[in-house]
Design a binder for this molecule. Structure first.
Ligand code: SAH
Ligand code: MG
Length: 198
C-alpha cells in the first residue's frame, strides 16, 4: 500500500496530475474517521490517489469516484486493482455533469475535486444525493494562491478560471441552505453542511 501511494505520487508528478496535497488528504482522512463516514462520492478521480486514501481511512468506507478522462480512468482502475480495493472503490467513467445516479442514492460525504470552473454546477447537482447530516467538501479553493487576486492575472484563461472559483466561494458564503467553513489547509478546503443539521 505504502509503495503504491509513493508510486502514484511519482506518476502524478511526472504526468502533471493535480492530486491532493499531503496536508489536504490527511485532513480528509481524519474527517472521515472522526465523522464515521461510510459512503463517499468523489467528483474527479484522476489516478485514484485521494479515492484510495479515503477508502483506506477506515475498514467500512466505500468510495464512488467519477472520472471523465479515459487515460486517468484506466490508471485509476489499475491502481484500485493493485491494492485490491475493487470492493471499496467504484470507479465510474463519465462526465459528472452527465451522470444520472439512481434516485435515493445517498452519500455521507461528497468531495468535489474536478473541473474548477464547474464547482457550482457540481454542488447544485449533487447536493440532492447528500445524506442527512452529510458534508460537501471542496478542494483547491486557493488555487495555488491566485484566488482573491483574479484582477491581477494577465492570462485570460487563468483569470476566468480563478474568477469562477471566487464566484463559487461567494456562492458558498451566501448560501441559504448550507453553512460553509473554509480551511487554509493544502490548496484550500471547505466543508459545507446543511444549516439545520449542524
Ligand atoms: N481527486 C484527485 C485529483 C483529481 S484532478 C486526487 O486528489 O487524487 C481532477 C480530475 O477531474 C481530472 O482527472 C479530470 O479529468 C477530472 N474531471 C474534470 N472535470 C470532470 C467532470 N466534469 N466529470 C468527471 N471528471 C472530471
Ligand atoms: Mg484537488
Amino acid at each position: 500500500m505504502k509503495s503504491l501511494i509513493l508510486e502514484m505520487e511519482e506518476y502524478a508528478k511526472e504526468h502533471n496530475i493535480p492530486i491532493m496535497e499531503k496536508e489536504g488528504i490527511a485532513f480528509l482522512m481524519k474527517y472521515i474517521k472522526a465523522k464515521n463516514i461510510k459512503n463517499v462520492l468523489e467528483i474527479g478521480s484522476a489516478i485514484g490517489y485521494s479515492a484510495i486514501l479515503m477508502a483506506s481511512s477506515s475498514p467500512d468506507v466505500k468510495v464512488t469516484t467519477i472520472e471523465r478522462d479515459e487515460t486517468n480512468y484506466m490508471e485509476c482502475l489499475k491502481n484500485v486493482k493493485k491494492c485490491s480495493f475493487e470492493q471499496k472503490v467504484n470507479v465510474v467513467f463519465q462526465d459528472a455533469l452527465e451522470l444520472n445516479l439512481a434516485e435515493g442514492t445517498q452519500f455521507d460525504l461528497i468531495f468535489i475535486d474536478a473541473a474548477k470552473g464547474q464547482y457550482t454546477k457540481f454542488f447544485e447537482k449533487y447536493k440532492f444525493f447528500l445524506a442527512p447530516g452529510g458534508a460537501i467538501i471542496t478542494d483547491n479553493l486557493k488555487f495555488h494562491g491566485y484566488v482573491g487576486k483574479s484582477s491581477e492575472i494577465k492570462s485570460k484563461n487563468l483569470r476566468q478560471l480563478v474568477t469562477k472559483i471566487e464566484n463559487y466561494i461567494d456562492f458558498l458564503k451566501n448560501n441559504e441552505e448550507f453553512d460553509t467553513e473554509f480551511y487554509d489547509i493544502g490548496d484550500g478546503v471547505s466543508i459545507s453542511v446543511r444549516k439545520n443539521e449542524k
